[in-house]
Each structure stands twice: as C-alpha cells, then as structure tokens.
Design a protein around this ligand. Structure first.
Ligand SMILES: CC(=O)N[C@@H](CCC[C@H](N)C(=O)O)C(=O)O
Length: 371
C-alpha cells in the first residue's frame, strides 16, 4: 500500500472514533476495505464489533496472529487537524487509528503475497475499556481460528520515527479500573453543619489515596493510583449530596494490586465514619500484565536489525493492555512503534507522525515473514 493510501485510511479512521463495543462505523469502514481486497484465500468472521480475517497460507505449519485494537477514547480532540474527529467528545488519542491502518496495509500485502503460514488479523474492540480481548478469545469465532503465535504493536509518542522497542518478559502493568461513589446529604451552601458535603469528602479522599502508594506499598515495588475524573454537585450555592471518582490502579506485580485494593477499602471505611456517609467502590475492568515471550522478542529484534530498523530495549511501562490476556494463553509479544509526538498517549493533542505508518507496515510484514 502506498504512503498516501495509508495516510488517507488513517485520516478517515481518525475522524470516526467510537467507544468500546460501539465501534459500529469503524467495523463497517474496516469491512468495506477488507471486501475491496479480499480473494479466495481470505475468510472473514465478525464478533460483536470486532473482525477476524484469515489469510490461508500456501502450506501452513502454523497460524500467526496480528492484533489491532479499534476503539477510541472519551476525549475531546484539541488538534489543528483538518481531519479532526467528527464525533463530539471522542478521539483516537491512543493511536488505534494507526494500529488499524497498519493492520490493513499488512493484510493487503499478505493477500497479494501469501506465505506458507496462515496469517490471522484480529481487529479487537474495547481495548480502552471494558476490555475486548478476553471475551473475544472466549468466543467460538476466535477458538475456531486460534493462532499459534500472536503479536501486536502500540505507538510510542516519545520514540523517534524509525525506531521500534520491546523487551523480553514484563512490558506493561496489571490494571484495575476504579469507580467510587460517595453518598452524603446535600443542602443550602450557607448551612454546611446541616449537610454531609461529598465534594469535600471526595476531594480529601483523592489526597489521602495518594498515600496508599507512598506509605502502604514497598518502595521496591511499583504502583500507581490515578483519579482521572471527578464529578460532584449541581450548582454553585448548594452543598453536594453525591460525588463520583473515576480512576485506575496499576502495579507491576499482579499481587500488589490486591494490597492496594485492601488499603483502599480500609480508607473507605475510615471516610464513611469520619464523613458520616456511604461509599461504594466498583473495580470495573481488570487487565492482566503484558508479558512478552523471550524467544519471540529475540526473533523480532534480529528481524528488525536485519532490515535496518533501529531496535531499542524498552523499560516496563505502567500502561495497561488487554492484549496481556492473549499473551497469557498464546506465545508472542508486543512492541512499541516510534511516532515522535510532543503530546503523549491520551492527550487531546496527540499528533503522531504519519511517516511511521509505512515503517509500521514494513516492520510487521518483516516480522510475520520471519516468524
Ligand atoms: C495502552 C493504553 O493506554 N492502555 C490503556 C488501557 C486502559 C485499561 C483500563 N481502562 C484502565 O484504565 O485501567 C491505559 O490506560 O493504559
């Protein structure tokens, strides 16, 4: 696929970001492109808003899976792009428009140049939440075509274009979403003593929460607790009866997440007493760590070096990925693709360099051919 075709696809996808399991336009767009290039060797199955595309090999020994996530985030885009999101409050702020474009470019290549092995393209919904990888893997559609090895990429804004990066073993953290609802008593702004102010309780809770990591977790372990959204109250001169905090917990060790949750629940019990209120916690979606299989990372590194693509050894990151569930069952790996953006992942101004699209396609084609 030419660079301008890749760019066009990326821009069209960029305009229609949709949240997890609601990727209806995205699925239709992808199916449209797949149907244009489909031949007799190609079979397609849809699962919810996801798609599986199998390109049969000439004399297959194995099936190689390449996974791309397809959902966007509930973020209002603040770029100057002419091809900005047309969906209010939705943005491809995690690069899934890049991931899908690269997958389509690679798919076209293997349809035109089949190899001995079978290649499975996994267009997976709901990576940002509530998690599509696990239920997709449990589906009959996936089980029927289950790959023997699987890999995926993720754009890396902090790496230059021309660079890929990975590491054997642990790459991404264990995660748990976090939703906390406070219920107190509202009232007139001038009579605080007659109320139980949940704006004050929730604000104080956010501050105390930070001490779970700084004082409750062994400094040699790694943990993050972030509250990304806070909602409370209706009007400037009334005391808020309720508050809601939304966030995420991340740890490098799968057991540490239980320690964080246990300490969080103690904190909640203390706040219920001191603020005379009730607090409910819901952990939403939990993702298993991304743990790369060394042998495949080594093969990837050698392949990149053979093709003159710069490979850098990565550090572990506190990002999460439900691709971790695929790697828990199927050998494989994940790698970072440098896209050189001064704004990072989940920023409303994320602007990955489109020159990385062609390199992404090349690095995936070379990898599949070498595996
Ligand atoms: C690569 C990336 O940014 N992934 C997301 C996954 C989110 C999982 C879940 N919604 C959570 O927040 O725990 C990330 O935020 O790391």
């Amino acid at each position: 696929m030419t660079i301008s075709m890749l760019q066009k696809i990326r821009r069209e996808l960029h305009q229609i970001p949709e949240l997890g399991f609601r990727e209806v336009k995205t699925q239709a767009y992808l199916l449209g492109k797949i149907n244009q290039i489909k031949t007799d060797r190609v079979e397609v199955q849809c699962w919810k808003t996801g798609i599986l595309v199998r390109v049969s090999g000439l004399s297959p020994n194995k099936t190689i899976g390449f996974r791309s996530d397809i959902d966007g985030l509930p973020i209002t885009e603040q770029t100057d792009y002419a091809f900005k999101s047309v969906h209010d409050g939705r943005m491809h702020a995690c690069g899934h428009d890049f991931h899908m474009t690269i997958a389509l470019g690679v798919l076209k290549h293997f349809i035109e140049h089949p190899i001995n092995d079978t290649v499975l393209f996994i267009f997976q919904p709901a990576e940002e939440g509530p998690g599509g990888a696990l239920p997709m893997m449990q589906s009959n559609e996936f089980k029927k075509w289950k790959p023997d090895v699987v890999f995926a990429l993720h754009i890396a804004p902090e790496l230059p274009v021309g660079t890929v990066s990975s590491k054997p073993g642990l790459l991404f953290a264990n995660t748990s979403e976090l939703f906390i609802d406070f219920l107190g008593k509202g009232g007139h702004a001038a009579y605080p003593h007659l109320t139980k102010d949940m704006a004050v309780a929730a604000s104080n809770f956010i501050v105390q929460l930070q001490q779970i990591v700084s004082r409750g977790i062994d400094p040699l372990e790694s943990a993050v607790v972030t509250i990304g959204k806070m909602e409370s109250g209706f009007v400037q001169n009334a005391i808020a009866e309720t508050a809601r905090l939304e966030g995420t917990i991340r740890t490098l060790d799968p057991n540490t997440i239980y320690t964080v949750k246990e300490k969080l629940e103690r904190l909640i019990r203390g706040f219920e007493i001191s603020y005379d209120c009730s607090i409910e916690v819901d952990y939403g979606a939990n993702y298993y760590q991304v743990f790369n299989h060394s042998q495949w990372v080594e093969k990837f590194k050698q392949t990149m070096e053979t093709h003159g693509i710069t490979y850098r050894l990565a550090n572990e990151a506190m990002t999460g990925e439900d691709f971790g569930y695929m790697l828990k069952e199927i050998p494989g790996f994940m790698f970072w693709l440098g896209v050189d953006s001064s704004h990072g992942l989940h920023s409303a101004q994320l602007s990955p360099n489109e020159d990385a699209l062609e390199l992404g396609v090349r690095s995936v084609i070379n990898t599949i051919t070498a595996l």
